[in-house]
Design a protein around this ligand. Structure first.
Ligand SMILES: *[C@@H]1O[C@H](CO)[C@@H](O)[C@H](O)[C@H]1NC(C)=O
Ligand SMILES: *[C@@H]1O[C@H](CO)[C@@H](O)[C@H](O)[C@H]1NC(C)=O
Length: 174
């Protein structure tokens, strides 16, 4: 966010120092004959920019995806849950018809190979994805968060990707 402060004719523009970055990423396959993670790693590019790289190999085609997502916020441990939702991944990719999911998708889509319609098979990648606060429609409360996603193929959970992130809005002089 840009703030403007004026003293007589002199105006000073100031950007809020927002820290919005991932702090940990954990990928787990529940069924290694279907999903194999070759890579699931964060890399700090600078103090406030952390990139996520994931390689997931789908050994069989996926035609039916339910994405089960939960957003937790830390307060003496991660508390369930700020938001919890399930959606049909193949249908969302075709229609982009859910505002909340679209926010996450907008953050994410340029960095991933999954931006095509079902089915998915073979290597699926997330490359150098990082969080950008300017892509959020509104700031979120300062805190530490955990986005847990279960990937359900053919009605059974086959993998999980859990990403921890932090959001700090640093309003130094207000
Ligand atoms: C694990 O993956 C294989 C290969 O796609 C599939 O045939 C099998 O049903 C899966 N197991 C479970 C419990 O979903
Ligand atoms: C998918 O991502 C690629 C690379 O960023 C982009 O060029 C392409 O237009 C995207 N396709 C769709 C269907 O969004």
């Amino acid at each position: 966010m840009i703030h403007r402060k004026c003293f007589g004719l002199l105006c000073i523009m100031r950007m809020d120092a927002v820290i919005f970055k991932m702090t940990n990423a954990v990928c787990e396959s529940y069924n290694k004959s279907w999903v194999e993670f070759g890579l699931c790693r964060l890399r700090a590019v600078s103090r406030n920019k952390v990139c996520l790289n994931v390689d997931a190999n789908l050994l069989h085609p996926v035609h039916d995806v339910i994405v089960k997502a939960r957003l937790l916020k830390r307060a003496n441990g991660y508390k369930p849950w700020l938001y919890s939702l399930s959606f049909d991944g193949c249908q969302f990719i075709r229609r982009r018809n859910n505002a909340l999911i679209r926010i996450v998708w907008e953050l994410f889509k340029e960095y991933s190979t999954i931006n095509h319609t079902c089915p998915y098979v073979g290597l699926q990648q997330v490359k150098n994805f990082y969080l950008r606060s300017e892509k959020l429609p509104t700031p979120i409360p300062t805190g530490e968060y955990l986005l847990m996603i279960d990937w359900v193929f053919n009605k059974k959970p086959q993998a999980a990707t859990n990403v921890y992130f932090t959001f700090v809005e640093d309003l130094k002089d207000s």
